[in-house]
Design a protein around this ligand. Sequence first.
Ligand SMILES: C[S@@+](CC[C@H](N)C(=O)[O-])C[C@H]1O[C@@H](n2cnc3c(N)ncnc32)[C@H](O)[C@@H]1O
Length: 324
Amino acid sequence: MDIWALSDLCTPWCVHVVATLRIADHIATGITQIDDLAAASGSGSDSLHRVMRHLVGKGVFEEPAPGRFALNQPAHRLLDSATRLGLDLGGIGGRMAYAWGSLLGAVQTGAPAYHEVFHRPFWEDLQAHPDLAASFDALMGPAGHGIPDPEVLVAGGWESVRTVVDVGGGMGSLLVEILRARPEVRGTLVDLPPTVARSVEIFQVAGVAERVTAVGQSFFDPLPAGADLYLLKNVLGDWPDREAMAILRRCAEAARPGRITVLGGVSPDEDCGPSSSLLMMVLVGGRDRSQAEFRELSRAAGLEVQAAGRQPSGRLVIECRPTS
Ligand SMILES: C[S@@+](CC[C@H](N)C(=O)[O-])C[C@H]1O[C@@H](n2cnc3c(N)ncnc32)[C@H](O)[C@@H]1O
């Protein structure tokens, strides 16, 4: 294995740059000559040409004639909304890319060093930059992570579920799918106030707004109580143990006698491996947990794991209930 090839940052940055400059979109609209691509993207022709040639050498884009570029299959991926959101250096893609510059600090201190690059911890950084927070929310939503699977129960029992609280539910894309699939169910979205504000239109467009309550609050504060089901999707993996346990404890307090379903943040394998969720470590100090680790954490938070299984889409689901 070649250590220099492994540590070469050139190609990833070239991909980020062309994604940010929307070069693939320009080519898709028929702008193919390097001077025209440079003009359309507000770039220097020679520097863009060098970046494009590097990428052609790596198999992204083709150069069928000198200075003329075409899309190939890998370059087509740059037209996807999810790829754009994940790579655009002007939005959350930039935060995820530049944050790797804090890896050394994170390893040396054992805590996220994101603030060394962006002056604030991740969640505070998003709250301070509304455009960035909006692009993060979009990445979490259908444009980024796709349409969520509404089958969130592994042990069945939808007949006893009339109320669902999605804790840290982003702009509500999972709640939308659940409410569409189950007309008898009402939902509550809990997330930070700006994200909840962005959800209003989404619920309206989906035609479920009259069955949703949106609550802008921290999930470290007491949650709306007494619902039949509490969802934690892609939330626990964002947090170190102390905070993850605090969130679970809030769910345990609120859920009596309901149940809690956890999706994401718990590895299907017993050993999640040290490299698992390194990006979460860098951004927010979070990590995936093995099922054994999760069981221990949830027990300490007053919950007992009752069932584990897979959604029809294949994702691991863990169901818990408050212990007493
Ligand atoms: C990784 S996203 C997951 C969103 C959604 N559950 C999903 O799967 O798409 C984590 C969510 O936690 C929310 N969040 C972060 N800190 C929070 C807090 N203190 N209180 C409530 N929500 C918070 C974020 O706004 C974001 O929507």
